[in-house]
Design a binder for this molecule. Structure first.
Ligand code: FAD
Ligand code: EPU
Length: 336
Protein backbone atom coordinates (compact mmCIF):
# COMPACT_ATOMS: atom_id res chain seq x y z
CA UNK A 1 0.00 0.00 0.00
CA UNK A 2 1.43 3.31 -1.11
CA UNK A 3 0.74 6.19 1.30
CA UNK A 4 1.08 9.82 0.32
CA UNK A 5 1.28 12.73 2.77
CA UNK A 6 -0.64 15.98 2.65
CA UNK A 7 -2.26 15.10 -0.66
CA UNK A 8 -4.60 17.25 -2.77
CA UNK A 9 -8.12 15.81 -3.21
CA UNK A 10 -9.10 18.29 -5.94
CA UNK A 11 -9.09 15.54 -8.59
CA UNK A 12 -10.90 13.10 -6.30
CA UNK A 13 -14.14 15.03 -5.74
CA UNK A 14 -16.58 15.92 -8.51
CA UNK A 15 -17.12 19.42 -7.08
CA UNK A 16 -13.42 19.94 -7.85
CA UNK A 17 -12.89 21.86 -4.62
CA UNK A 18 -9.43 22.05 -3.14
CA UNK A 19 -8.91 20.13 0.09
CA UNK A 20 -5.89 18.30 1.44
CA UNK A 21 -5.84 14.96 3.17
CA UNK A 22 -3.16 14.33 5.79
CA UNK A 23 -2.69 10.83 4.33
CA UNK A 24 -3.91 9.38 1.04
CA UNK A 25 -3.91 5.95 -0.52
CA UNK A 26 -5.23 4.44 -3.75
CA UNK A 27 -6.47 0.90 -3.03
CA UNK A 28 -6.41 -1.51 -5.99
CA UNK A 29 -6.71 -4.98 -4.43
CA UNK A 30 -8.31 -6.85 -1.53
CA UNK A 31 -4.83 -7.30 -0.01
CA UNK A 32 -4.44 -3.53 -0.03
CA UNK A 33 -7.85 -3.21 1.65
CA UNK A 34 -6.54 -5.47 4.46
CA UNK A 35 -3.35 -3.45 4.74
CA UNK A 36 -5.39 -0.22 4.83
CA UNK A 37 -7.55 -1.44 7.71
CA UNK A 38 -4.52 -2.65 9.66
CA UNK A 39 -2.84 0.73 9.13
CA UNK A 40 -6.03 2.51 10.20
CA UNK A 41 -6.45 0.47 13.39
CA UNK A 42 -2.81 1.02 14.36
CA UNK A 43 -2.75 4.74 13.56
CA UNK A 44 -6.09 5.51 15.24
CA UNK A 45 -6.57 8.31 12.72
CA UNK A 46 -9.99 8.74 11.08
CA UNK A 47 -10.56 6.95 7.77
CA UNK A 48 -12.50 8.37 4.83
CA UNK A 49 -13.43 5.97 2.03
CA UNK A 50 -13.96 7.44 -1.40
CA UNK A 51 -15.12 5.98 -4.69
CA UNK A 52 -15.53 8.60 -7.40
CA UNK A 53 -16.03 11.46 -4.91
CA UNK A 54 -19.29 12.42 -6.65
CA UNK A 55 -21.39 12.66 -3.51
CA UNK A 56 -19.14 14.50 -1.08
CA UNK A 57 -18.44 18.14 -0.25
CA UNK A 58 -15.13 18.95 1.43
CA UNK A 59 -15.75 21.99 3.63
CA UNK A 60 -12.23 21.63 5.05
CA UNK A 61 -9.05 19.60 4.77
CA UNK A 62 -9.24 16.04 6.10
CA UNK A 63 -7.06 15.25 9.12
CA UNK A 64 -6.88 11.50 8.59
CA UNK A 65 -6.45 8.90 5.84
CA UNK A 66 -8.45 9.23 2.61
CA UNK A 67 -8.54 5.95 0.71
CA UNK A 68 -9.88 5.67 -2.83
CA UNK A 69 -11.36 2.19 -3.35
CA UNK A 70 -10.42 1.17 -6.90
CA UNK A 71 -10.67 -2.64 -6.90
CA UNK A 72 -11.86 -4.14 -10.19
CA UNK A 73 -13.78 -7.22 -11.34
CA UNK A 74 -17.16 -8.14 -12.87
CA UNK A 75 -18.13 -11.81 -12.68
CA UNK A 76 -21.29 -13.77 -13.52
CA UNK A 77 -21.45 -16.07 -10.48
CA UNK A 78 -24.78 -17.87 -10.79
CA UNK A 79 -28.11 -18.10 -12.56
CA UNK A 80 -31.50 -19.66 -11.95
CA UNK A 81 -34.78 -19.73 -13.81
CA UNK A 82 -35.43 -16.03 -13.18
CA UNK A 83 -32.15 -14.22 -12.63
CA UNK A 84 -28.49 -13.95 -13.58
CA UNK A 85 -26.30 -12.99 -10.60
CA UNK A 86 -23.32 -10.73 -11.18
CA UNK A 87 -20.73 -9.95 -8.51
CA UNK A 88 -18.91 -6.64 -8.95
CA UNK A 89 -15.89 -5.24 -7.11
CA UNK A 90 -16.45 -1.97 -5.24
CA UNK A 91 -14.09 0.10 -7.36
CA UNK A 92 -15.76 -0.60 -10.71
CA UNK A 93 -17.28 2.47 -12.33
CA UNK A 94 -21.08 2.36 -12.02
CA UNK A 95 -21.89 3.69 -15.50
CA UNK A 96 -19.42 1.29 -17.12
CA UNK A 97 -21.19 -1.55 -15.32
CA UNK A 98 -24.53 -0.32 -16.70
CA UNK A 99 -23.12 -0.28 -20.24
CA UNK A 100 -21.54 -3.73 -19.72
CA UNK A 101 -24.96 -5.03 -18.59
CA UNK A 102 -26.93 -3.60 -21.53
CA UNK A 103 -24.28 -4.70 -24.03
CA UNK A 104 -24.52 -8.24 -22.66
CA UNK A 105 -28.33 -8.30 -22.69
CA UNK A 106 -28.82 -8.00 -18.92
CA UNK A 107 -31.73 -5.68 -18.17
CA UNK A 108 -32.65 -3.90 -14.92
CA UNK A 109 -30.22 -1.04 -14.31
CA UNK A 110 -30.54 0.80 -17.65
CA UNK A 111 -32.45 3.68 -15.98
CA UNK A 112 -29.44 4.22 -13.73
CA UNK A 113 -27.19 5.09 -16.68
CA UNK A 114 -24.68 7.91 -16.35
CA UNK A 115 -24.82 8.15 -12.56
CA UNK A 116 -21.23 8.97 -11.65
CA UNK A 117 -19.22 7.06 -9.07
CA UNK A 118 -18.43 3.51 -8.12
CA UNK A 119 -20.34 0.29 -7.54
CA UNK A 120 -19.21 0.19 -3.88
CA UNK A 121 -20.83 3.56 -3.16
CA UNK A 122 -24.09 2.76 -4.98
CA UNK A 123 -25.71 1.01 -1.96
CA UNK A 124 -24.70 3.80 0.44
CA UNK A 125 -27.53 6.05 -0.68
CA UNK A 126 -29.38 3.44 -2.76
CA UNK A 127 -28.81 5.37 -5.99
CA UNK A 128 -31.93 6.07 -7.98
CA UNK A 129 -33.18 7.73 -11.14
CA UNK A 130 -36.14 7.63 -13.52
CA UNK A 131 -38.26 5.29 -11.41
CA UNK A 132 -35.56 2.70 -10.57
CA UNK A 133 -33.36 2.31 -7.49
CA UNK A 134 -30.37 0.09 -6.84
CA UNK A 135 -32.59 -1.87 -4.40
CA UNK A 136 -34.68 -3.11 -7.36
CA UNK A 137 -31.86 -5.28 -8.72
CA UNK A 138 -29.79 -5.74 -5.57
CA UNK A 139 -29.02 -9.25 -4.35
CA UNK A 140 -26.38 -8.90 -1.62
CA UNK A 141 -23.16 -7.15 -0.71
CA UNK A 142 -19.97 -8.08 1.05
CA UNK A 143 -18.77 -5.57 3.64
CA UNK A 144 -15.88 -5.47 6.08
CA UNK A 145 -16.44 -4.20 9.59
CA UNK A 146 -13.71 -1.56 9.79
CA UNK A 147 -13.13 -1.98 13.54
CA UNK A 148 -12.92 -5.79 13.64
CA UNK A 149 -11.98 -6.73 10.07
CA UNK A 150 -14.85 -9.26 9.95
CA UNK A 151 -16.37 -9.78 6.50
CA UNK A 152 -20.19 -10.20 6.36
CA UNK A 153 -22.86 -10.57 3.73
CA UNK A 154 -25.79 -8.13 3.78
CA UNK A 155 -28.98 -9.01 1.97
CA UNK A 156 -31.64 -6.55 0.81
CA UNK A 157 -33.35 -6.45 4.23
CA UNK A 158 -30.12 -5.93 6.17
CA UNK A 159 -29.23 -2.96 3.94
CA UNK A 160 -32.44 -1.11 5.02
CA UNK A 161 -32.68 0.71 1.71
CA UNK A 162 -34.83 3.83 1.56
CA UNK A 163 -35.03 6.94 -0.59
CA UNK A 164 -31.38 8.05 -0.87
CA UNK A 165 -30.72 6.07 2.29
CA UNK A 166 -29.44 2.76 3.68
CA UNK A 167 -28.13 1.18 6.88
CA UNK A 168 -24.64 2.30 5.75
CA UNK A 169 -25.65 5.97 5.37
CA UNK A 170 -27.65 6.09 8.63
CA UNK A 171 -27.21 3.88 11.71
CA UNK A 172 -23.98 2.17 10.60
CA UNK A 173 -22.50 5.35 9.09
CA UNK A 174 -18.73 4.97 8.61
CA UNK A 175 -18.58 1.48 10.13
CA UNK A 176 -18.17 -0.67 7.00
CA UNK A 177 -16.10 -0.87 3.86
CA UNK A 178 -18.18 -2.30 1.01
CA UNK A 179 -15.99 -4.74 -0.87
CA UNK A 180 -18.34 -6.08 -3.54
CA UNK A 181 -21.96 -5.88 -4.64
CA UNK A 182 -23.95 -8.70 -6.26
CA UNK A 183 -26.78 -7.67 -8.56
CA UNK A 184 -29.53 -9.87 -9.94
CA UNK A 185 -30.61 -9.25 -13.52
CA UNK A 186 -34.10 -10.50 -14.36
CA UNK A 187 -34.29 -12.77 -17.40
CA UNK A 188 -37.58 -11.05 -18.27
CA UNK A 189 -36.69 -7.40 -17.60
CA UNK A 190 -39.46 -5.13 -16.42
CA UNK A 191 -38.73 -1.85 -18.17
CA UNK A 192 -39.77 1.45 -16.56
CA UNK A 193 -40.30 3.98 -19.33
CA UNK A 194 -42.97 6.34 -18.03
CA UNK A 195 -40.86 9.51 -17.68
CA UNK A 196 -41.95 12.03 -20.31
CA UNK A 197 -38.51 12.53 -21.89
CA UNK A 198 -37.79 8.78 -21.93
CA UNK A 199 -41.13 7.94 -23.57
CA UNK A 200 -40.62 10.56 -26.25
CA UNK A 201 -37.09 9.41 -27.03
CA UNK A 202 -38.16 5.76 -27.35
CA UNK A 203 -41.25 6.32 -29.43
CA UNK A 204 -41.67 4.20 -32.56
CA UNK A 205 -38.63 1.97 -32.09
CA UNK A 206 -38.25 -1.55 -30.66
CA UNK A 207 -37.43 -1.41 -26.96
CA UNK A 208 -34.20 -2.88 -25.56
CA UNK A 209 -32.33 -2.16 -22.34
CA UNK A 210 -29.59 -0.59 -24.45
CA UNK A 211 -32.02 1.81 -26.16
CA UNK A 212 -33.46 2.86 -22.81
CA UNK A 213 -29.92 3.43 -21.52
CA UNK A 214 -29.12 5.57 -24.61
CA UNK A 215 -32.27 7.67 -24.02
CA UNK A 216 -31.51 8.13 -20.32
CA UNK A 217 -28.00 9.29 -21.22
CA UNK A 218 -29.42 11.84 -23.69
CA UNK A 219 -31.97 13.09 -21.17
CA UNK A 220 -29.45 13.44 -18.35
CA UNK A 221 -26.96 15.24 -20.58
CA UNK A 222 -29.64 17.80 -21.44
CA UNK A 223 -30.36 18.58 -17.77
CA UNK A 224 -27.33 17.90 -15.60
CA UNK A 225 -23.83 19.38 -15.79
CA UNK A 226 -20.90 17.09 -16.62
CA UNK A 227 -18.59 17.24 -13.58
CA UNK A 228 -15.57 17.22 -15.89
CA UNK A 229 -16.80 20.51 -17.37
CA UNK A 230 -18.31 22.11 -14.26
CA UNK A 231 -17.88 20.86 -10.70
CA UNK A 232 -21.02 19.51 -9.00
CA UNK A 233 -22.40 16.59 -6.99
CA UNK A 234 -25.73 16.11 -8.79
CA UNK A 235 -28.75 17.01 -6.65
CA UNK A 236 -27.46 18.88 -3.64
CA UNK A 237 -30.64 18.36 -1.60
CA UNK A 238 -32.98 15.42 -1.19
CA UNK A 239 -36.58 15.88 -2.27
CA UNK A 240 -38.48 16.43 1.00
CA UNK A 241 -41.19 13.93 1.92
CA UNK A 242 -44.34 15.48 3.38
CA UNK A 243 -47.26 13.92 5.21
CA UNK A 244 -50.62 14.12 3.50
CA UNK A 245 -51.67 17.04 5.79
CA UNK A 246 -48.48 19.02 5.17
CA UNK A 247 -48.90 18.41 1.44
CA UNK A 248 -52.49 19.67 1.32
CA UNK A 249 -51.48 22.81 3.18
CA UNK A 250 -48.62 23.46 0.72
CA UNK A 251 -50.76 22.70 -2.31
CA UNK A 252 -53.45 25.12 -1.13
CA UNK A 253 -50.91 27.95 -1.02
CA UNK A 254 -48.92 26.84 -4.10
CA UNK A 255 -51.17 24.93 -6.49
CA UNK A 256 -48.41 24.51 -9.11
CA UNK A 257 -45.83 22.78 -6.89
CA UNK A 258 -44.35 19.58 -8.47
CA UNK A 259 -44.76 16.47 -6.35
CA UNK A 260 -44.95 12.67 -6.52
CA UNK A 261 -47.14 10.42 -4.35
CA UNK A 262 -45.27 7.77 -2.31
CA UNK A 263 -46.37 4.49 -0.82
CA UNK A 264 -48.37 4.97 2.40
CA UNK A 265 -49.89 8.35 1.46
CA UNK A 266 -46.78 10.52 1.85
CA UNK A 267 -45.81 12.97 -0.91
CA UNK A 268 -42.32 13.65 -2.27
CA UNK A 269 -42.08 17.32 -3.20
CA UNK A 270 -39.66 18.60 -5.82
CA UNK A 271 -36.87 20.46 -4.02
CA UNK A 272 -35.86 21.90 -7.41
CA UNK A 273 -39.28 23.52 -7.72
CA UNK A 274 -39.08 25.01 -4.20
CA UNK A 275 -35.57 26.41 -4.79
CA UNK A 276 -36.46 27.66 -8.27
CA UNK A 277 -39.54 29.37 -6.82
CA UNK A 278 -37.30 31.21 -4.34
CA UNK A 279 -35.37 32.64 -7.30
CA UNK A 280 -32.05 30.81 -6.88
CA UNK A 281 -31.66 29.20 -10.31
CA UNK A 282 -28.58 30.51 -12.15
CA UNK A 283 -27.47 32.69 -9.20
CA UNK A 284 -23.74 33.00 -8.69
CA UNK A 285 -21.64 34.26 -5.77
CA UNK A 286 -18.01 34.28 -6.81
CA UNK A 287 -17.44 30.78 -8.17
CA UNK A 288 -20.18 29.11 -6.10
CA UNK A 289 -23.51 28.97 -7.88
CA UNK A 290 -26.80 27.28 -8.67
CA UNK A 291 -26.81 25.59 -12.10
CA UNK A 292 -28.64 27.66 -14.71
CA UNK A 293 -30.59 24.64 -16.05
CA UNK A 294 -31.44 22.92 -12.75
CA UNK A 295 -32.12 24.58 -9.42
CA UNK A 296 -31.22 21.49 -7.37
CA UNK A 297 -27.61 21.39 -8.56
CA UNK A 298 -24.96 23.54 -6.88
CA UNK A 299 -21.94 24.17 -9.07
CA UNK A 300 -18.33 25.20 -8.77
CA UNK A 301 -17.59 27.62 -11.61
CA UNK A 302 -13.85 27.28 -11.01
CA UNK A 303 -12.25 28.10 -7.69
CA UNK A 304 -15.16 27.88 -5.26
CA UNK A 305 -14.21 26.55 -1.83
CA UNK A 306 -16.25 23.89 -0.07
CA UNK A 307 -17.00 26.48 2.61
CA UNK A 308 -18.44 28.94 0.03
CA UNK A 309 -20.61 26.22 -1.53
CA UNK A 310 -21.87 25.30 1.93
CA UNK A 311 -22.61 28.97 2.73
CA UNK A 312 -24.72 29.10 -0.44
CA UNK A 313 -26.44 25.84 0.52
CA UNK A 314 -27.35 27.19 3.98
CA UNK A 315 -28.76 30.38 2.43
CA UNK A 316 -30.93 28.23 0.15
CA UNK A 317 -32.09 26.12 3.12
CA UNK A 318 -33.04 29.29 5.04
CA UNK A 319 -34.90 30.82 2.12
CA UNK A 320 -36.91 27.65 1.39
CA UNK A 321 -37.68 27.36 5.10
CA UNK A 322 -38.83 30.99 5.14
CA UNK A 323 -41.13 30.63 2.13
CA UNK A 324 -42.48 27.11 2.54
CA UNK A 325 -41.68 26.02 6.15
CA UNK A 326 -39.86 23.00 4.70
CA UNK A 327 -36.31 22.14 5.80
CA UNK A 328 -34.15 20.80 2.99
CA UNK A 329 -31.58 18.13 3.79
CA UNK A 330 -28.25 17.91 1.94
CA UNK A 331 -27.78 14.73 -0.09
CA UNK A 332 -23.95 14.61 -0.34
CA UNK A 333 -21.74 13.71 2.61
CA UNK A 334 -20.35 16.88 4.18
CA UNK A 335 -16.75 16.57 5.30
CA UNK A 336 -15.35 19.00 7.88
P1 FAD B 1 -18.26 8.96 -3.10
O1 FAD B 1 -18.74 10.34 -3.35
O2 FAD B 1 -16.82 8.69 -3.26
O3 FAD B 1 -18.73 8.53 -1.64
C1 FAD B 1 -20.07 8.70 -1.24
C2 FAD B 1 -20.24 8.04 0.14
O4 FAD B 1 -20.01 6.64 0.04
C3 FAD B 1 -19.22 8.55 1.17
O5 FAD B 1 -19.85 8.55 2.44
C4 FAD B 1 -18.13 7.49 1.13
O6 FAD B 1 -17.40 7.41 2.34
C5 FAD B 1 -18.94 6.23 0.90
N1 FAD B 1 -18.22 5.16 0.19
C6 FAD B 1 -17.68 5.23 -1.07
N2 FAD B 1 -17.18 4.02 -1.41
C7 FAD B 1 -17.38 3.19 -0.36
C8 FAD B 1 -17.09 1.81 -0.09
N3 FAD B 1 -16.48 1.02 -0.98
N4 FAD B 1 -17.45 1.29 1.12
C9 FAD B 1 -18.08 2.07 2.04
N5 FAD B 1 -18.37 3.37 1.86
C10 FAD B 1 -18.04 3.92 0.66
N6 FAD B 1 -27.13 9.90 -7.28
C11 FAD B 1 -28.32 9.25 -7.46
O7 FAD B 1 -28.75 8.49 -6.57
N7 FAD B 1 -29.06 9.43 -8.58
C12 FAD B 1 -28.66 10.24 -9.58
O8 FAD B 1 -29.35 10.37 -10.59
C13 FAD B 1 -27.41 10.91 -9.44
N8 FAD B 1 -26.98 11.75 -10.40
C14 FAD B 1 -25.81 12.40 -10.25
C15 FAD B 1 -25.38 13.25 -11.27
C16 FAD B 1 -24.18 13.93 -11.16
C17 FAD B 1 -23.73 14.82 -12.28
C18 FAD B 1 -23.39 13.76 -10.01
C19 FAD B 1 -22.06 14.47 -9.89
C20 FAD B 1 -23.80 12.94 -8.97
C21 FAD B 1 -25.03 12.25 -9.08
N9 FAD B 1 -25.49 11.40 -8.07
C22 FAD B 1 -26.67 10.72 -8.24
C23 FAD B 1 -24.73 11.23 -6.81
C24 FAD B 1 -23.58 10.19 -6.89
O9 FAD B 1 -23.23 9.92 -8.22
C25 FAD B 1 -23.96 8.87 -6.21
O10 FAD B 1 -24.27 9.09 -4.87
C26 FAD B 1 -22.83 7.84 -6.30
O11 FAD B 1 -23.26 6.59 -5.80
C27 FAD B 1 -21.58 8.26 -5.51
O12 FAD B 1 -20.56 7.35 -5.85
P2 FAD B 1 -19.04 7.71 -5.54
O13 FAD B 1 -18.24 6.48 -5.83
O14 FAD B 1 -18.64 8.92 -6.25
O15 FAD B 1 -19.13 7.94 -3.98
N1 EPU C 1 -37.88 21.64 -11.59
C1 EPU C 1 -37.98 22.97 -11.39
N2 EPU C 1 -36.89 23.75 -11.63
C2 EPU C 1 -35.70 23.25 -12.06
C3 EPU C 1 -35.60 21.86 -12.27
C4 EPU C 1 -36.71 21.06 -12.03
O1 EPU C 1 -39.04 23.48 -10.99
O2 EPU C 1 -34.74 24.01 -12.23
C5 EPU C 1 -39.05 20.79 -11.30
C6 EPU C 1 -39.80 20.36 -12.55
O3 EPU C 1 -41.16 20.47 -12.28
C7 EPU C 1 -39.45 18.89 -12.69
C8 EPU C 1 -39.22 18.48 -11.24
O4 EPU C 1 -38.61 19.63 -10.63
O5 EPU C 1 -40.48 18.16 -13.27
C9 EPU C 1 -38.28 17.29 -11.07
O6 EPU C 1 -37.04 17.52 -11.74
P1 EPU C 1 -36.16 16.30 -12.27
O7 EPU C 1 -36.99 15.40 -13.11
O8 EPU C 1 -34.91 16.85 -12.84
O9 EPU C 1 -35.87 15.46 -10.96
P2 EPU C 1 -35.34 15.88 -9.52
O10 EPU C 1 -36.40 15.57 -8.52
O11 EPU C 1 -34.78 17.25 -9.51
C10 EPU C 1 -34.42 13.52 -8.99
C11 EPU C 1 -33.18 12.97 -8.35
C12 EPU C 1 -32.06 12.87 -9.36
C13 EPU C 1 -32.49 11.93 -10.48
C14 EPU C 1 -33.76 12.51 -11.12
C15 EPU C 1 -34.34 11.60 -12.18
C16 EPU C 1 -33.24 13.55 -6.00
C17 EPU C 1 -32.71 14.43 -4.93
N3 EPU C 1 -32.79 13.80 -7.23
O12 EPU C 1 -34.13 14.85 -9.36
O13 EPU C 1 -30.92 12.32 -8.72
O14 EPU C 1 -31.49 11.78 -11.43
O15 EPU C 1 -34.77 12.71 -10.11
O16 EPU C 1 -34.99 10.53 -11.58
O17 EPU C 1 -34.03 12.65 -5.73
C18 EPU C 1 -28.98 12.90 -7.44
O18 EPU C 1 -29.48 12.27 -6.50
O19 EPU C 1 -27.85 13.43 -7.37
C19 EPU C 1 -29.73 13.03 -8.69
C20 EPU C 1 -29.31 13.75 -9.72
Amino acid sequence: MNIKNNYSLKNYNSFGVEAYSRYFSYIGSNDEIKALLEWHNQSELPLLLLGGGSNVLFKQDYQGMTAVIATKGIEVIDEDQYYTYVKVAAGENWHQLVRWSVNNGYGGIENLSLIPGTVGAAPIQNIGAYGVELADCFHELEAIDIASGTVSLFDQKACQFGYRDSYFKSSAFGNFLIQSVTLKFAKQPHWIMDYVGVKACLSGQPITSKRISDCIIQLRQSKLPDPLAIGNAGSFFKNPILSSNEWHQLKRQHPKVSAYPQAGGAIKVSAAWLIDHCGWKGKRFGDAGVYEKHALVLVNHGKATGESLWTLATQIIESVEGQFSITLEAEPRLIG
